[in-house]
Ligand binder design. Structure first.
Ligand SMILES: Nc1ncnc2c1ncn2[C@@H]1O[C@H](COP(=O)(O)OP(=O)(O)OP(=O)(O)O)[C@@H](O)[C@H]1O
Ligand SMILES: [Mg+2]
Length: 148
């Protein structure tokens, strides 16, 4: 488990970009953290780290946003704010997206905690408003040497 503090959205994005640079196809990122913690901001950095252009917006209304670019691993970005049952999860198409060939990013992972793929990289973001954020990354040794 690795813990970082960020003092601005730009710092959160920079940290996320480093995480994104270490991701590979088949990875799943599960975000935990309250309203406005910075999950979408972090996702923007992750996508940048994967080389994807600046397309990231909150998927709250779409439930899932897809990011694709030539030569990059695709990202499927889910918002589970309103998804709390296995049926609701299935109806987002969650199980139909190509998990092995892409990176999944899940906001409001707490809502589908029991249904999360086992191997998810868990990222907890604490803090809101203009407060600094505490970012905890739970995953393998790939994330040991992140700086910020
Ligand atoms: N250190 C920080 N890191 C990230 N965001 C910050 C930070 N400080 C302030 N903010 C602000 O907090 C907000 C985070 O919004 P963001 O949409 O990324 O959160 P979210 O967790 O995705 O929210 P939601 O729960 O609505 O999905 C932004 O307005 C951002 O400018
Ligand atoms: Mg969001």
């Amino acid at each position: 488990m690795y813990t970082f503090t960020t003092h601005s959205p730009a710092e959160t994005e920079a940290l996320a970009k480093q995480v994104g640079g270490k991701l590979r196809a088949g990875d799943c990122i599960a975000f935990f953290g309250g309203l406005g913690a910075g999950k979408t901001t972090f996702t923007r950095g992750l996508a940048a780290g994967l080389g994807l252009p600046d397309l990231v917006s909150s998927p709250t209304f779409a439930l899932v946003n897809e990011y694709h670019a030539e030569g990059c691993i695709s990202v499927y970005h889910f918002d589970m704010y309103r998804v709390t049952s296995p049926d609701a999860l299935e109806s987002t198409g969650f199980w139909d997206y190509p998990a092995e060939d892409s990176v999944f990013v899940i906001e409001w992972a707490e809502n589908i905690a029991e249904m999360l793929p086992q191997s998810c990289i868990r990222i907890q973001i604490d803090g809101n408003g203009d407060q600094p954020r505490t970012v905890t990354v739970e995953g393998d040794e790939r994330f040991a040497d992140l700086g910020c």
